[in-house]
Design a binder for this molecule. Structure first.
Ligand code: ADP
Ligand code: MG
Ligand code: MG
Ligand code: MG
Ligand code: MG
Length: 443
């Protein structure tokens, strides 16, 4: 709900709010906030709170560092927990330049711009339903995370095997108090691994929700003596954490992906969107799987995709079309992981799909067999390419893709590529325990 300034001031008073966090995210999707005492709230709601952007990753150079926070009044939320200093509320903000125009390096503005494009193409909504997964590890007596998983459970296991059960239930409770509609929560395949699914929302709200989700999961876990991590592959040899992302476009309140007469019950628009996703998959991987570690999840054998294909039957390819039709008609992209910047990831997926629609691309035939059992020749024949196998390859693919580059804009692109090339080069020159084990005595 879009509140007025007056309504928010009243709500702050009625809820005895003492502090307000003005929240935004940096280029890497890390949540930043400026906390103000509640008497500054009127000033904040007039977009007059300034901060120094030069200290934020991927923002700006020193000489042009004054930024203004523009709270989105529909994101007003009083945190359900009390602090010793009283209650705290938050507002998610856009980042503006001193002249009031959106700052090009603000990931939220990048997503808004791509959504504008969808609107201009006649779509009334772009819906996003993520399935974030995470691991719970035990904290040691000093409160430091360990590598001890908190349970030995497996997919859909019950307590008492699933010791994460209580923690997960408290996470769900906190999220519900914050207005999330939780559709499901369950133990995942790996020990210590969990998934919580919440109802889809329009793109910007969905990305906002993901940033809130990560904060809540981490802070509730800590209260249970656990460390929650969204690192894509924390342990070798077991499944990593993904964030399957369900996408649909609505036109005049109707699902534009649904056509009861169409092939597989899908509209032309849906098929073109899928074609766009496949066409740009190698490029959006850098954004949806932004860590060196992300690529250790995208390998055969652990339920994560590594080939670019789609299917309506099979759960293993990059893009799956779930069976539901009508308003629930959607496509699921299975490569993203929860370390991504949700604004940039969703923006790049939308840009890919919209390009398919604009150019009326046709998807290749769906692949309903196990791609991992196909020979190289068969894959070649079917035109099935691989996802990038490491961050460096993914960055190379990104800088060759005009559509995804355009969607991100020069500012974000430049800073993202720079930060990620540095990350890759640091990783590439490390000497690991594994290498010493393999080579140290033999050579
Ligand atoms: P899976 O079968 O892959 O485990 P889930 O049932 O866990 O999928 O998650 C489905 C997600 O898709 C939820 O977030 C749900 O809200 C979302 N969803 C449902 N309908 C739509 C739609 N029309 N557009 C986008 N997302 C949708
Ligand atoms: Mg699920
Ligand atoms: Mg699932
Ligand atoms: Mg899952
Ligand atoms: Mg899924």
């Amino acid at each position: 709900k879009e509140y007025t300034k007056e309504e928010i001031l009243k709500l702050a008073e009625a809820n005895d709010v003492r502090y307000v966090r003005l929240q935004f995210t940096d280029l890497l999707g890390i949540v930043k906030n400026v906390e103000i005492p509640v008497d500054q709230l009127p000033k904040a709601l007039d977009n007059r709170i300034m901060f120094d952007g030069s200290s934020i990753q991927g923002f700006v150079r020193i000489e042009e560092s004054d930024m203004y926070l523009a709270p989105d009044r529909s994101t007003w939320l009083v945190f359900p927990w009390d602090t010793p200093q009283g209650r705290v509320a938050r507002l998610i903000c856009d980042v503006n330049l001193p002249d009031g125009t959106p700052f090009a390096g603000d990931p939220r503005s990048v997503l808004k711009r791509v959504c504008e494009k969808a609107r201009a193409m006649g779509f009334s909504a772009f819906n996003v339903g993520p399935e974030p997964e995470f691991f719970l590890f035990k904290l040691d007596e000093n409160g430091k995370p360990t590598l001890d998983l908190n349970d030995e459970g497996g997919y859909f296991d019950w307590a008492p095997v699933d010791l994460g059960e209580n923690c997960r239930r408290d996470i769900v409770l906190a999220l519900e108090q914050m207005g999330f509609e939780i559709e499901a929560s369950h133990h995942e395949v790996a020990p210590g691994q969990h998934e919580i699914d919440f109802r889809y929302a329009e793109a910007v709200e969905a990305a906002d929700n993901l940033t809130t989700f990560r904060l809540v999961v981490k802070s509730v876990a800590r209260e249970h003596g656990l460390h929650a991590t969204f690192m894509p592959k924390p342990l070798y040899g077991i499944n990593g954490s993904g964030m399957h992302t369900h996408l649909s476009l609505f036109r005049d309140g109707q699902n534009a992906f649904y056509d009861p007469e169409g092939e597989m019950g899908l509209s032309e628009t849906a098929l073109q969107f899928v074609a766009g996703l496949l066409e740009h998959a190698r490029a959006f991987t850098a954004i949806c799987n932004p860590l060196v570690n992300s690529y250790k999840r995208l390998v055969p054998g652990y339920e994560a995709p590594s080939y670019i294909a789609w299917s309506g039957k099979n759960r293993s390819p990059l893009v799956r079309v779930p069976a539901a039709r009508g308003m629930s008609t959607r496509v699921e992209v299975r490569s993203p992981d929860p370390s991504c910047n949700p604004y940039l990831a969703i923006a790049s997926l939308l840009a890919a799909g919209l390009d398919g629609i604009e150019r009326e691309l046709e998807p290749p035939p769906p692949v309903n067999r196990n791609i991992y059992m196909m020979t190289e020749a068969e894959k070649e024949e079917a035109g099935i390419r691989s996802l990038p196998s490491n961050l460096n390859e993914a960055l190379d693919a990104l800088v060759r893709d005009g559509v995804i580059m355009d969607a991100l804009g020069d500012h974000v692109l430049l800073h993202f590529i720079e930060a990620k090339r540095i990350e890759w080069n640091m990783f590439r020159t490390q000497v690991t325990e594994w290498e010493r084990e393999q080579y140290f005595s033999i050579y």
